[in-house]
Design a protein around this ligand. Structure first.
Ligand code: IMP
Length: 197
């Protein structure tokens, strides 16, 4: 049995990990189970830096376990690749998902209303029970819709239309999102690492 600890309190992310890493010999745990866990400040300049900060802080609490930490976000080239590593807190330190989305639509409207191309990126830094580190990544390109559409998912899902689709991730729903998302691509790259260890 592989006990895997995931350094996230984000329920939306956790649901995607649970769906994509489902296997008879895998049990997933989130840090919400740990009363003493405090998320470290995400002071890194890149998704990988921040994923490593989160993974290391959880490894210190759970040595000898499988550890995974995802850092992810949305980049919009038309507004200097923002919100990027600031995606979770774009509209302020305690901003809600709808507040972040509202700020995104406002900034695109102000700066580049016609340049709506965007990409979601995901970097997962993990540790094997031996302490060996591994890194996997995923990316999905798309565009930002003009209005909020759909109810599923989290974060910027209601405004992100992946290339080749006409609906947002929030309209497509988690099963369709998991066929193409940045996180799904990264998680699929974990499978051989888990199977061959
Ligand atoms: P993190 O928890 O610091 O990695 O922040 C990730 C943030 O990026 C989330 O809070 C969302 O705002 C955004 N984000 C990352 N992945 C997704 C996704 O799959 N859908 C929508 N928003 C996402």
């Amino acid at each position: 049995m592989k006990e895997i600890w995931i350094a996230t309190k984000n329920r939306g992310k956790m649901i995607e990990f649970e769906t994509l890493l489902k296997a008879p010999d895998v049990t997933l745990h989130s840090v919400v189970e740990l009363n003493t866990y405090t998320a470290p400040p995400e002071t890194g300049a890149t998704f990988e830096d921040n994923a490593r900060i989160k993974a290391k802080s959880l490894k210190a609490m759970k040595p000898g376990c499988w550890i995974l930490a995802d850092d992810s976000g949305l980049e919009v080239p038309g507004i200097n690749n923002m919100p990027g590593v600031h995606s979770a807190r774009y509209a302020g330190p305690k901003a809600s998902d709808p507040e972040n989305v509202a700020k995104l639509l406002k900034m695109i409207g102000l700066r580049s209303a016609d340049k709506r191309q965007a990409q979601f990126k995901c970097v997962i830094v993990g540790y094997k029970p031996t302490g060996e580190e591994f890194v996997v990544t995923g990316e999905v390109k798309g565009e930002i819709s003009r209005i909020v559409k759909g109810k599923d998912g989290f974060g910027y899902d209601p405004v992100f239309i992946p290339d080749g689709q006409t609906q947002t991730f929030a309209e497509l729903g988690v099963t369709e999102k998991n066929k193409m998302s940045h996180r799904a691509q990264a998680i699929r790259k974990l499978l051989p690492i888990l199977e061959n260890t």
